[in-house]
Design a protein around this ligand. Structure first.
Ligand code: ADQ
Length: 476
C-alpha cells in the first residue's frame, strides 16, 4: 500500500443503530467483507479511508447519532427511498442476480421495475462517489449489487482507478445468457469500467472472460481485456479469514466455558453446521444425508447429535421464508422419526450466535458439515479449520464451494448425493485422531498463510499497479 486514499463501496455499511429503552447505540456488524476491509494494513500516513454504503437508517437518525460512529473510517451513507431500495436489494440483486449466479435459474423472479430500481440505486451511489472523488483515490467496489457501477463512475471520471471484487461465483456463460441480451451486456459493460476485476477462483475469472468474449465480442490476452481506453485486468484473489482471531479465540475463557457446557450437554459425537438462511447453503440436502445415515446405520441412533444453526437472512423475500418452513418441517420430521423420549438427533437454532458461541461450537464438534450447493468461497469452513488449536475435528466440505479449491484435505462431497454425504459422515465418525491431525495441520498451514490481510493487500497492490501503468502510459 502507499498513501492513496481508499474509497470502499459496499451495499451495507459495517454498523447499524440500535435503540433499546430509548437509548441508541451503534452495533458493529461482523461478516466476511467487513472483517476483510477492516484488516487492511494502511500506512499511518495514509488519509482516512471512506466507506460508502446504503443506509438502513433515516437521514435524521444519521445526523443525530453519527458522532457515535467513530473509528478508522469515514462513513458516507447513501439514502435510497423505500421503493428503490426494495427493487434494488430484494428485487434485482437478490431475486435475479443471486439465484442466477448460484445456478438457480428457476428461482429468478425478474421484473422490469426492479431492474430500473437497480439502475437508479447504482446511479445514486455513483453520484455520491463522483462528488467525493479526489485525484489518486483508489476506488474498491464490492459485489453483485454494483456490477454497473465501475462504468458509471468511469463515464464521469475517465481517469479514475477502479477495482471491483465479486464475492459470489461468476457463472458459466450458459447460465449468464439466460438474462436478456440487453440486460446481460449492460452488466458486463458495467464491470468493464474497472481497471481490475477480482474473483475468488480462476474458474469464475475464466467464466467472466469467456462471457465478455461471447456476449460482447471482446478478446482477452493473459487475463486482460482492452476496452477502448481502459485496460481491464482480471485476477483470482481467494478471500481468507482473520486466522489468528479464530485460532486464539479457542483458548478464550468464555469460549472454554461454552465448550465445556456443550460437551457436558452432548457427550456423544457432535456434528455442527452454521449458515445464513439461504437455499444455496444446501441445508435441506444436508438433512437428507443425515436421515440416510440414521436409516442405514441404526447403530448410530442415540450416539450422535447434529447442531444445526441457521442465521436469519433476507426474510422479506418469499423463497427465503418458504425455505425456513421447509427446514423446520424436515427437522421436526427427522426428530419425530428417530428421536426417543431422551434423545433427539437434531438440535436446531434459528438465530444469531455470539462470536464466543460460534468458536465454542467450532471447537466442540467432531465434524463440521459444510455442504452448500453453491458458494463463492465459504468462510465458515476456513474459520472452523483456524479455530482447531487441538488439530482435531473433521471437515466435510462441498466440492461446489470456492473453499474446496484450497481445502483438498477435507472430505469433499457432492452435496446433492445424500448417500455419498452419509458415507463420508460415517467415515468421519470413525476417523482416527492421527488422520484428523494430519489433514487439519495441512489445511491450517494454508488458511494461515493466505489470510484476509494478505487477500486485501494483494488486491490493493494489484490495483495500484494498474494505476501506475495507466499514469505511465499517459506520460508516454
Ligand atoms: P456468505 O454467503 O454470508 O458470504 P460465508 O462465506 O460462509 O457466507 O460467510 C458467513 C460469515 O458470517 C462468516 O464469517 C461467519 O463467521 C459469519 N457468521 C456465521 N454465523 C454467524 C452468526 N450467527 N452471527 C454473525 N455472523 C455469523 C458471501 C459469499 C461467500 C463468501 C463471502 C466472502 O456468499 O461465498 O465466502 O461472501 O467473500
Amino acid at each position: 500500500m502507499n498513501d492513496n486514499r481508499l474509497l470502499i463501496i459496499s451495499y451495507r455499511l459495517p454498523f447499524s443503530f440500535k435503540t433499546e429503552n430509548r437509548v441508541t447505540s451503534v452495533k458493529q456488524s461482523a461478516g466476511g467483507l467487513v472483517t476483510a476491509v477492516k484488516s487492511l494494513d494502511l500506512p499511518a500516513s495514509a488519509p482516512k479511508p471512506v466507506w460508502v454504503g446504503c443506509a438502513d437508517f433515516s437521514p435524521r437518525v444519521w445526523e443525530k447519532y453519527k458522532h457515535l460512529v467513530n473509528d478508522d473510517f469515514e462513513y458516507v451513507p447513501v439514502f435510497l427511498d423505500k421503493t428503490t431500495n426494495k427493487g434494488f436489494y430484494n428485487g434485482f440483486s437478490n431475486s435475479v442476480l443471486w439465484p442466477l449466479f448460484h445456478y438457480f435459474p428457476s428461482y429468478v423472479d425478474y421484473h422490469d421495475e426492479d431492474l430500473n430500481a437497480y439502475q437508479a440505486a447504482n446511479q445514486a451511489v455513483c453520484d455520491k462517489v463522483v462528488e467525493l472523488l479526489q485525484p489518486d483515490d483508489l476506488i474498491w467496489v464490492h459485489d453483485y449489487h454494483f456490477l454497473p457501477l465501475p462504468m458509471l463512475i468511469r463515464q464521469n471520471k475517465p481517469s479514475a482507478t477502479i477495482g471491483f471484487f465479486l464475492h459470489i461465483p461468476f457463472p458459466s456463460y450458459e447460465i449468464l445468457r439466460l438474462l436478456p441480451e440487453k440486460c446481460r451486456n449492460y452488466l458486463l459493460n458495467g464491470l468493464l469500467g474497472a481497471n481490475l476485476v477480482g474473483f475468488h477462483t480462476t474458474d469464475y475469472r475464466v467464466h467472466f472472460l469467456r462471457s465478455a468474449q461471447l456476449s460482447l465480442g471482446l478478446a482477452h490476452r493473459l487475463g486482460t481485456i482492452e476496452n477502448g481506453q481502459t485496460k481491464v485486468q482480471t485476477g483470482a484473489f481467494p478471500i481468507g479469514i482473520n486466522y489468528n482471531l479464530f485460532h486464539d479465540a479457542a483458548a478464550d475463557q468464555a469460549v472454554v466455558q461454552e465448550r465445556l457446557d456443550l460437551k457436558r450437554s452432548y457427550p456423544d459425537k457432535l456434528i455442527f453446521s452454521v449458515d445464513r438462511l439461504d437455499y444455496t447453503k444446501g441445508v435441506m440436502q444436508r438433512l437428507d444425508a443425515l436421515e440416510a445415515l440414521l436409516r442405514q446405520h441404526s447403530e448410530w441412533l442415540g450416539k450422535l447429535v447434529f447442531i444445526l444453526v441457521v442465521v436469519p437472512s433476507r426474510d422479506q423475500i418469499q423463497t427465503y421464508g418458504e425455505r425456513k418452513q421447509m427446514i423446520e418441517q424436515a427437522v421436526g420430521r427427522i426428530n419425530g422419526l428417530f428421536g426417543t423420549l431422551t434423545w433427539l438427533p437434531i438440535v436446531y437454532r434459528y438465530s444469531d450466535v455470539t462470536f464466543s458461541q460460534l468458536v465454542a461450537l467450532y471447537t466442540a464438534c467432531d465434524i463440521a458439515l459444510i455442504t452448500p450447493v453453491r458458494d463463492g468461497m465459504n468462510l465458515v469452513a476456513k474459520e472452523f479449520v483456524a479455530s482447531r488449536q487441538d488439530q482435531q475435528g473433521v471437515l466435510i466440505l462441498s466440492e461446489l464451494t470456492g473453499a474446496a479449491n484450497e481445502l483438498g484435505e477435507a472430505l469433499l462431497v457432492n452435496p446433492l448425493d445424500e448417500y455419498e454425504v452419509a458415507d463420508q459422515l460415517l467415515y468421519a465418525l470413525a476417523m482416527s485422531p492421527d488422520e484428523q491431525r494430519q489433514r487439519m495441520i495441512t489445511m491450517q498451514e494454508r488458511v494461515a498463510s493466505y489470510d484476509v490481510k494478505q487477500w486485501a493487500t494483494d488486491f490493493i497492490d494489484a490495483l495500484l499497479t494498474t494505476q501506475q501503468d495507466e499514469q505511465a502510459s499517459r506520460v508516454i
